[in-house]
Write a protein that binds this ligand. Sequence first.
Ligand SMILES: Cc1ncc(COP(=O)(O)O)c(C=O)c1O
Length: 356
Amino acid sequence: MAPYWSEAWGNPSSRQHRLGLHASAAVNLARRQLAESLDVAPERVVFTSGATEANNLALLGHARHWGRGHVISVSTEHHAVLDPLIQLKREGFAVTLLRPGADGLIDPSQLQEAITADTRLVSVMAANNELGVLQPMEDIAAICRRQGITLHSDAAQAFGHIPFQPDQLGLDLVSLSAHKLYGPKGIGALVIREGIELEPLQWGGGQEAGLRAGTLPTALIVGFAMAAQLAMADLPERQQQQGALRDQLWTELRRRIPDLQRNGAEQPRLSHNLNVTIPGVNGTRLHRALRPHLACSSGSACSNGEPSHVLQALGRSRSEAEASLRLSLGRSTTSADIQAAVSCIGDAVDQLNQPR
Ligand SMILES: Cc1ncc(COP(=O)(O)O)c(C=O)c1O
């Protein structure tokens, strides 16, 4: 990324001079590399500022192309899907949110039942950001395809962490974010199947085939493509290694806190995520006690500190949602880190449970 902040600072849309052409070539290469990791044609990738913008472009852009109709999604989606849907409601669209089971998964038959003659668009995230559960995308896609309904998926948490190819899954619109796979913040993409129509959300220089006007951030795009390539390179090994460490975390935490409860189905799920509720402890005090030692939260970074709507949709109370830990493992996490995390969580819970 570094050269594109310094000597190679040209605007990739300025193709009348060398500096611009150099930046343009870097963007083209990155687009090809990213497309390759998704097994799609490069022209289908539209760079955005992240998954939030990609979701907005997909949902508002596609619905506004139709002008009216019914949209179906799920109550455990990220706010970057739920909030554009609230906007669509304001604009007169009908919106149905499916409620997943206690395991966080939706049953494709729920979708089938919710579809009406007006349904134009379905949006279901591939991997849940809080629970780590993987929705049955192929079955959902089969239902949508049979009825000619466009299927969007927020794959911010899936891409780079599970084998993920939009065409194999039958997805029409896919939102991605670089910073979920060790890429830079502020860059993402919407992958669009040929023939899917979208109204742009902004107008200007006509970049990205007129779908996303604005100067392209060359360095961020180059970083996104490189991060995707690196993620693809060791995906199976990483999944196996992180899955084993995540299981160690669950087993050892359960040993320290016998009434610990897991949130979300045991399988299918991301290998680097564990979400647990610790019954009977005060969530605010638990998180305060962990803060000096552990970077973890009870919900999404985009939840404004409110108790997780995802956990509450699964039937957890507000106080249970607050007394929950969303634990994520990374590339560098070791077995010693897991042990350290278990002892600091165990110690914090012991301290909070002591009679005062
Ligand atoms: C599932 C999901 N969708 C969307 C986003 C927002 O992505 P971005 O930060 O790239 O806008 C996130 C994370 O922040 C996420 O986890």
